[in-house]
Design a protein around this ligand. Structure first.
Ligand code: GN1
Ligand code: MG
Length: 354
């Protein structure tokens, strides 16, 4: 069946090996190996989440055209066109996409060294830098309000109303914590109402398993998972990196005592990001560097908690309180971040660079 799908792009009379790939939550992803040919990544898009698949293709195409002129060497894993020249195959109501697999690469779930944090942050910083100045006109949001914290908080409020008494009781402590942190939403609202941050094309899912590293050199080769490449603020990409590169445990971990920010990783991440973005960031953006981490950890925690309250309708779960645990993990990480990394920490790093 999936092999039949592949027929729309390539000849595969040769032996073909297809296996599930990666740990993404949303799409079904397969690695396709064909004898004597390059390998591919085949994805069946989750269109109940990405209701506008043609917007994804358009955004990627616009970015790809711009990047190929600005830096022809840049590796950007856009979609392979089907035999009829389309970036997406639509068959029986299903949407499929094929892209080149970057050979000899791996994508980690947790970073092992500050050097890797530097590399990954440099990779996403580079993408932001290269896309600086791209005309925004043709871009649209692939998931409306995806990183709109105001909207995410509203969804959380709705989830509290609609949930079962049992789940609400179980989540009481977390609910209180996330409510107490609502000032983070107020900051976001002010950024919006006063136009404090310039719109940028951002990746919006910079977690570490969306970076491809070279098997041997451990250098970042490329970033992948481009479905949420769309207009937003720099706090989305920088914040998601802080959320996932600096924690000693990934978001699924329940080893609560180990969930904490690793300072050398945070420093390396900032160095990597700033090595690309330092001269691009505005004064206001520099001011909001530390907020980026709070914004993303908080929003991800809210999303996990809302999903727990809603009865696990968005994130796939492996056990009953999986989403509850993820929201708890993010709560601990946020507390740790707020205790240890004030705005001063970020200013010192900026000053050292100046
Ligand atoms: C989802 O598909 P995946 O696992 O890369 C989610 C991100 C979250 C992430 C948390 C479209 O990304 O926003 O940060 O899970 N993507 C969507 O692991 O909701
Ligand atoms: Mg992914």
């Amino acid at each position: 069946m999936k092999a039949g799908i592949l027929d729309n792009w390539i000849d595969f009379s040769e032996e073909i090996e297809l296996k599930r790939f990666g740990s993404g939550h949303i799409h079904q992803t397969f690695l396709v190996k064909i004898r004597n040919k390059p390998a591919y990544i085949l994805q069946k898009l989750n269109t109940s989440i990405f209701g506008l698949p043609e917007v994804i293709s358009k955004n990627i195409e616009l970015a790809s055209d711009f990047l190929s002129k600005k830096d022809p060497e840049y590796r950007f894993p856009g979609a392979e066109l089907t035999r009829s020249g389309e970036p997406l195959l639509i068959e029986n109501g299903e949407h499929w996409r094929l892209s080149r697999f970057i050979e000899n690469s791996y994508s980690p779930d947790v970073l092992e060294s500050p050097q890797q944090a530097f590399e990954a942050a440099k990779a996403f910083g580079k993408l932001s830098r290269l896309l600086h100045g791209i005309p925004m006109d043709g871009f649209r949001e692939t998931i409306p309000d995806f990183h709109n914290l105001h909207f995410r908080y509203f969804q959380f409020e709705q989830a509290m109303v609609n949930t079962s008494t049992q789940r609400l009781k179980k989540a009481e402590e977390l609910v209180e914590f996330y409510k107490d942190q609502k000032t983070l939403v107020d900051v976001f609202d002010k950024i919006n109402s006063d136009n404090l941050l310039p719109p940028r094309i951002q990746h919006h899912d910079t977690k570490i398993n969306n970076v491809l590293f070279d098997n041997k050199t451990h250098k970042a080769l490329a970033v992948c998972d481009l479905d949420t490449l769309m207009p937003g603020y720099f706090i989305s990409d920088l914040g998601d990196m802080i959320r996932t590169y600096t924690s000693a445990e990934n978001e699924d971990s329940t080893r609560w005592n180990e969930v904490k920010i690793r300072t050398p990783f945070l420093e390396a991440l900032l160095q990597g990001y700033l090595s690309e973005m330092e001269n691009v960031l505005t004064t206001d953006e520099r001011y909001y560097l530390s907020y980026a981490g709070e914004f993303m950890i908080y929003m991800q925690g809210l999303r996990f908690l809302s999903d727990y309250l809603n009865g696990d309708i968005y994130y796939p779960v492996k056990y009953e309180q999986h989403n509850y645990d993820r929201a708890k993990n993010q709560m601990i990480l946020l507390q740790n971040y707020q205790e240890g990394y004030s705005r001063n920490f970020f200013e010192e790093i900026l000053q050292k660079k100046d």
